[in-house]
Design a protein around this ligand. Structure first.
Ligand code: PBG
Length: 322
């Protein structure tokens, strides 16, 4: 028996669950044993809002451990990965993506349409805050942070202080709490974050044996969707905490497989809401993402994102209620 591969993981329930699932799938497919090695990241240590900590807070300690050689590979929530490539590292596999949609967990089993004006909804991401405001339902949106269990407790626990929270369906499903969901939100209302629900299995680029081994976990349609969504994000020069949404679906069209990419840039107060879509072939995934981003920029996405010197999300006050 060969020595176990060391899979670096954060200690959160979500990270442990997704690392455990990848470890099992790899062992099942290749017979190689895998051991989990816990790595603490800056994102785990701080309770500041994520858009203040900056992109990559959950990722950099894992990448440092990869580069240093103390772990062999790592599993990231793909949406937490900065769009800039990491020197010397390689995403060797994108496993089959989970349901990328967002989910509502509301008191009394309520759906979005059943939330009365003034309902206090907690969510951390500017993208969700912006889209909740854009619905025009007079929801009182409050920024929250913490791991999934902490967020659920704020609605379902004995000291609940929120009426509802919005989270990624995939995260809830991975930690076995999909039962708490009161509505899975249609992308027409709440377009997901680029790469939401997808995982990135990363190792050192020069570890060619491992690159080859991990490739058994790769799922081409999931990779194509993520490539399109992240090309859009990168072209907008936005990170995982920007009010940018993107969702690519693959389907069999008249001329073979087609990719249908939707993208949105929404101002945090919901008053400006740009949504566009584009279709093409999966082989052109990156070009489709870039082209859709260019169209959004033509319509003024820059001023929403604050790249043109006007007031953008970076200057909004979201930290005060944390
Ligand atoms: N930013 C935190 C984060 N990173 C990945 C997920 C969920 C799982 C996924 O999207 O793959 C979550 C929690 C959430 O957004 O509710």
């Amino acid at each position: 028996m060969s020595s176990p591969l060391r899979l670096g993981t954060r200690g959160s329930a979500l990270a442990m669950a997704q690392s455990g699932q990848v470890a099992e799938a790899l062992t099942a497919a290749t017979g190689r044993p895998v051991e989990l090695v816990e790595v603490v990241t800056a994102g785990d240590r701080s309770s500041a809002p994520v858009h203040r900590l900056g992109v990559g807070v959950f990722v950099s300690a894992l990448r440092d451990a990869l580069t240093a050689g103390t772990i062999d590979f790592a599993v990231h929530s793909y949406k937490d990965l900065p769009t800039a490539a990491a020197a010397g590292l390689h995403v060797a596999a994108v496993p089959p993506r989970q349901d990328p949609r967002d989910a509502l967990v509301a008191k009394g089993g309520r759906t979005l349409a059943e939330l009365p004006p003034g309902t206090v909804v907690g969510t951390g991401a500017l993208r969700r805050i912006a889209q909740l405001h854009a619905l025009g339902l007079q929801l009182e949106v409050t920024p929250i942070r913490g791991n999934i269990d902490t967020r659920l407790r704020r609605v379902l626990g004995p000291d609940a202080d929120l009426d509802a929270v919005v989270l990624a369906r995939a995260g809830l499903a991975r930690i076995g709490r999909a039962d708490a969901i009161t509505e899975t939100l249609d992308p027409m209302l709440m377009l997901p974050a680029p790469a939401q629900g997808a995982l990135a299995v990363e190792c050192r680029a020069d570890d060619t044996d491992l690159v080859e081994l991990l490739a058994v976990l790769d799922h081409a349609p999931s990779r194509a969707a993520v490539v399109a969504e992240r090309a859009l994000l990168a072209t907008l020069e936005a990170g995982c905490s920007a009010p940018v949404a993107a969702y690519a679906e693959l389907a069999e069209g008249d001329v073979g497989e087609e990719i249908y990419l939707r993208g949105a840039v929404i101002s945090p107060d919901g008053t400006r809401d740009l949504r566009l879509s584009r279709t093409g072939t999966p082989a052109d995934a990156a070009e489709i993402g870039k082209a859709l981003a260019a169209e959004l920029l033509d319509l003024g996405a820059d001023s929403i994102l604050g790249h043109d010197g006007s007031t953008g999300p970076g200057t909004q006050q979201f930290g005060s209620t944390e």
